[in-house]
Design a protein around this ligand. Sequence first.
Ligand SMILES: Nc1ncnc2c1ncn2[C@@H]1O[C@H](COP(=O)(O)OP(=O)(O)O)[C@@H](O)[C@H]1O
Ligand SMILES: [Mg+2]
Length: 254
Amino acid sequence: MTAGERVAVRTRALTKEFRGFRAVDSVDLAVREGSVHALVGPNGAGKTTLFNLLTGFVAPTSGTITVFDQDVTGRPPEQVARCGVARSFQITSLFETLTSREHVELALQGHTRDGFRFWRSEKLLGRNRARVDDLLAQVGLLPLADKPVGLLAYGQKRALELSLVLAVDPPVMLLDEPTAGMGIEDVDRTIELVRRIAVGRTVVLVDHNMHVVGSLADRVTVLQQGRILAEGTYDEVRNDERVITAYLGEAEHA
Ligand SMILES: Nc1ncnc2c1ncn2[C@@H]1O[C@H](COP(=O)(O)OP(=O)(O)O)[C@@H](O)[C@H]1O
Ligand SMILES: [Mg+2]
C-alpha cells in the first residue's frame, strides 16, 4: 500500500464462532478508502457473517474491527453507523403501503439528531423535498415517487433500498448482494448505479454475480469456509487455481 492511502475498515484475526463452528476464521481484511471492495465465495463461506460483524449486527468471538482507525469491536450497529458505516436496507424492511417518497423522508429524518420532527417548518420541509427528489432521481424512482411500494417491481424496490442508504450519505457503504434475484437489465442498471454512488466513498460489496464483481470491484477478497482463500484484483483472483476449484465445487452442488 502506498503512503497516504487510508484504510477505511480493517479487521485483525476476526473470528466468529457459532457453537464452536467458525463461520469467520481469523480474517485480516483491509478495505482501502475510496475503493470498491468485493467479498465473494461459495455458499456458506462466511460472507454474510463477516458483513454482519462489520456493521455491528453480530459481535465477534475474537479479533478486532477498526473504522478509520477507531476501534469499533463489539459496538452495536448504531455506534458503528455513527463512525460512518451504513448498510443497505433489506427489502423485507420496506413498508408496502408507504410510497418511495415517504421511505426516503423517513430515512432522512432518521438521520437527523432529533429523529422525527413533526414541528418542522414549511421552509425546512421544502428544503427536504428537494433532497428527497434528488435521492429518488438518482435511483430512477422519481416518476414513481408517490406510488405505494407494494406496487413497485422487484428491481425498483432494490433501487429504493439503495436510495435509503444514500439518504444517510455514509462514507462507508456496505451492500449485501444488491443484484440478488434481478434480471439482466436490472443488474446492469444497478451496476451503473453503484458505480455512481461509489464516487467519493468506500463500498464493501457482497455479490454472487461475477459480472457485477468484475465490473465494480477494485479489490476482491475470496472467502472459503470462513477463511481468506485469495485476494487481489478481479483478474488476479479469477485466474487463481484455488478460487476456480472452490467455485467449481459449488457449481456441482448448484
Ligand atoms: N446464526 C447462526 N448460527 C449458526 N450457524 C450460522 C449462523 N449464521 C451463519 N451460520 C453458519 O456459518 C456459515 C457461514 O454462513 P454465512 O455467513 O451466511 O455464509 P455466506 O453468506 O457466505 O453464504 C454457514 O455454515 C452457516 O450455516
Ligand atoms: Mg450470504
